[in-house]
Design a protein around this ligand. Structure first.
Ligand code: SF4
Ligand code: SF4
Ligand code: SF4
Ligand code: FES
Length: 745
């Protein structure tokens, strides 16, 4: 690699060496020298609009804007002279000419950049006595409001919507002092409703429909955690007052997503206090679900599960877990099924074939998986299937970032005209369902492609063979053998190739990693491997059953035929997901742990109210295999964490004479066991505790299985959009109020 040239210059009488091309504002910040700015925002194009960043440059005839000035060899710069101070004061006085001084009621009061700058650099009085121009606030959408008089025309909102989001929904109208920001549809927005424009606005000109006029920033506590919705694992800070979440953002730019959140992460938290939340256990009596005490409901579960086990054996019981519950909860559920009950009938709705990816990559799986930050820094990306703009918004943001900031080339193979096709270097439109065939063709050049597709793929393959650093991203369209093919193709490329499989929900990856799979234990260890069975058996104090269990669909079919007698569902809605048309006729017992009375909970015998992701501690793993900490932000009276419920159920079962109780008392204890016992999960605890995303290092065992064709009925995406999110999305009132969400339903 060519060595980067360094230049040396002087700032405030101190010498500094920086890479050639560094902007003065960045160089100064690196030295801990603050240069005030409004319009400058790292990662966005330069605007030079606000002139707050003026600095003195020796031999220059006038002050220069540090945000557009590139540091050059020998330059002498001063940021702290009387002339600079006067310029800052003057600029602030101009900005405040028409700015309403309504800080006491403005949402931004207390965290406003204009307020802070005025406090630090401004005059203590105004010379303007003219009446200020006023115009009323405008509601651009249920989530975005605009107050023109507060706007300081820094154009950050316009740029983030255009460059960051690729939406271009904001522009500038009028001229001079009358300039205003305008939405794309006359008086309202038609856009992705991500709220990035609100987030990036340095003042209170753009405000959030979910948060406005509700509180003051100093009245809230701030809880860093992870978004509860898709599989991308955006870090979020929940602002909480009186046990209520009022806001979500990532303003400290920490985490894999920096300041990015999509509409679901930013506004999708009101499901927590939805009136339909379950708050009491329900037990069916005389055909109706009736409120019950926790003691009675849990005792009844144990007695009835034991009765089924005694009458029909452990394999008449099945467990369907969740792709939203934590790693510790998923781990506990697998342990309850295998060690306490003694069955391998454990599964969840699989939305990506992580198992096949780990298997295909073998011992190198950890290093060969791309993390979210690596995706954003990629030089070339091959995207097969999926629609990240809708299904994986952070992945789409990272891809756009790679294109915008690194000049990355994007190659798209999709059966639909997806939005990421627009910035793609090449877009191969293929027939629906042909993704696996394409993967095979790329790996072997064999397979019957249509003529047009075959030309497009030859061109795409030729281009990829010239790339040296490729990330291959794919959706649920690639499963089993198709993943082995794409990995074979990736290995044939000249440089380093990394991979990312895209699942649907916040812990889709963790559900698979923790062994909610009928044939695999945590860490993708095969049940057929006696050493793996023995190791987990020793850890769990039981001899584990060897026979692979039924997958979710098989369990539901067996339940319809009366071969499966009891089904225990945690945080999932399999009757809707797998379209059973209601409760399978042969079930004697149906237990559901849920937030809401879903299609699966309604016909249950026992329903237990569960806490959601924002109400508990634990860890989740995003689709890229990065583990992060969930922290409890609030509590809902009556609901309990799935972890506690499962732990208590294991104790009740042991008391009823079935297996041994799970001794792990807290999620922290379970995490400790996971870090010790699950392959790839020996992640750094300090890293996790300090809010980091710790990369797992999965590795398939050498005695792995050959990958075969996997039917789409086994692994499939729910194809959520930007405005839907499975069960949670149905109860997100704010998201459902935006017009774009209505047009989706
Ligand atoms: S909400 Fe998002 S998409 Fe809509 S205008 Fe703001 S930045 Fe653009
Ligand atoms: S609305 Fe906010 S971000 Fe947009 S130009 Fe005005 S002050 Fe800047
Ligand atoms: S991209 Fe996914 S994880 Fe990130 S805020 Fe949106 S829904 Fe949440
Ligand atoms: S920050 Fe430099 S001109 Fe605005």
């Amino acid at each position: 690699m060519a060595e980067q040239k360094t230049i040396t210059f002087t700032i405030n009488e101190r010498k500094l060496a920086v890479p050639a091309g560094t902007l003065m504002i960045e160089a100064a910040r690196r030295m801990g020298i603050e240069v005030p700015s409004f319009c400058y925002y790292p990662g966005l194009s330069l605007q030079g609009a606000c002139r707050m960043c003026l600095v003195e440059v020796e031999k220059a005839p006038k002050l220069q804007t540090a945000c557009t000035l590139v540091a050059t060899e020998g330059m002498v710069v001063r940021t702290d002279t009387p002339q600079v101070h006067k310029a800052r004061k003057d600029m602030l006085e101009f900005l405040l000419t028409n700015h309403p001084l309504d800080c006491p009621v403005c949402d931004k009061g207390g965290e406003c950049e204009l307020q802070d700058m005025t406090f630090r650099y401004g005059l203590d009085k105004s010379r303007f006595v003219e009446e200020k121009l006023h115009s009323p606030e405008q509601e651009w959408s249920p989530v975005v409001y605009y107050d023109a008089p507060r706007c300081i025309l820094c154009f950050r909102c316009v740029r983030v919507c255009d460059e960051g989001m690729g939406v271009k929904a904001l522009g500038v109208g009028q001229r001079g002092v009358h300039s205003v920001i305008i939405p794309n549809r006359d008086d309202h927005l038609e856009c992705e409703e991500c709220g990035m424009c609100i987030d990036i606005c340095p003042v209170g000109a753009l405000t959030s429909g979910a948060y406005r006029y509700k509180t003051r920033p100093w009245e809230m506590s701030y809880v860093p955690t992870v978004c509860a919705h898709c599989s991308n694992g955006c870090k979020t800070t929940l602002s909480v007052r009186n046990n209520e979440i009022l806001r979500a953002n990532n303003r400290d730019l920490s985490g894999i997503n920096k300041d990015f959140l999509c509409i679901k992460g930013r506004f999708g938290f009101d499901f927590v206090r939805h009136a339909d939340r379950l708050k009491l256990p329900l037990v069916r009596r005389n055909g109706e679900l009736k409120p019950s005490s926790w003691e009675d409901a849990l005792a009844e579960i144990a007695v009835r599960l034991k009765a089924v086990r005694d009458a029909h054996g452990p394999d008449a019981i099945g467990f369907i877990g969740s792709n939203r519950t934590t790693n510790e909860e998923n781990y506990l559920l697998g342990r309850l099924a295998r060690a306490t009950v003694g069955t391998n009938n454990v599964d969840h709705h699989r939305t990506a074939d992580y198992s096949a990816l780990v298997q295909a990559l073998g011992e190198t799986a950890g290093a060969a998986q791309a993390g979210m930050e690596q995706l954003g820094a990629a030089k070339a990306i091959l995207l097969i299937g999926n629609d990240p703009t809708n299904q994986n918004p952070l992945v789409a943001w990272q891809i756009r970032t790679a294109i915008r900031l690194n000049g990355a080339r994007l190659y798209v193979v999709n059966a639909e005209e997806i939005k990421l096709g627009r910035p793609a270097t090449q877009f191969a439109r293929i027939a629906p369902g042909a993704e696996a065939l394409i993967a095979q063709w790329l790996a072997t050049r064999e397979g019957d492609l249509e003529l047009d597709t075959s030309f497009a793929m030859m061109e795409l393959r030729g281009a990829l063979e010239k790339e040296r650093d490729v990330v291959i991203v794919f959706g649920a369209e690639l499963r089993g053998a198709a993943i082995a093919h794409i990995v074979k193709f990736g290995a044939s490329l000249p440089g380093q190739t990394r991979y990312m499989a895209l699942g649907d929900y916040a812990n889709s990856r963790g559900a698979a990693d923790m062994g909610l799979l009928p044939g695999q234990l945590p860490g993708y260890a095969w049940l057929s491997d006696p050493a793996a069975r023995d190791a987990f058996g020793a850890l769990w104090g039981a001899s584990l059953p060897e026979k692979p269990g039924m997958d979710a669909r098989q369990m539901l079919e067996a339940a319809a035929q009366g071969a499966l007698k009891a089904l225990y569902v945690v945080g999932a809605n399999p009757f809707r997901t797998f379209g059973t048309g209601g409760r399978p006729a042969g079930l004697d017992l149906l237990v559901v742990q849920e937030l809401f009375l879903t299609e699966t909970a309604q016909p249950a015998d026992i329903v237990l109210p569960a806490a959601c992701a924002y109400e508990k501690n634990g860890t989740v793993t995003n689709t890229a295999g990065e583990v992060q900490l969930l922290r409890r932000a609030m509590e809902t009276m009556g609901a309990r964490a799935d972890f506690d419920i499962l732990r208590i159920v294991s104790h009740q079962l042991a008391r009823a004479g079935m297996g041994t109780a799970i001794p792990l008392r807290t999620p922290e204890a379970a995490l400790d066991e996971i870090r010790r016992g699950v392959r790839g999960y020996g992640v750094s605890l300090p890293g996790l505790l300090s809010g980091g995303a710790e990369r797992t290092a999965p590795a398939a065992p050498a005695n792995g299985h050959n990958l075969s064709e996997v039917p789409a009925e086994s692994i499939f995406s729910a194809r959520d959009t930007l405005f839907t999110s499975g069960t949670l999305g149905r109860y997100c009132t704010m998201i459902n109020s935006v017009p774009e969400a209505k047009s989706e339903s």
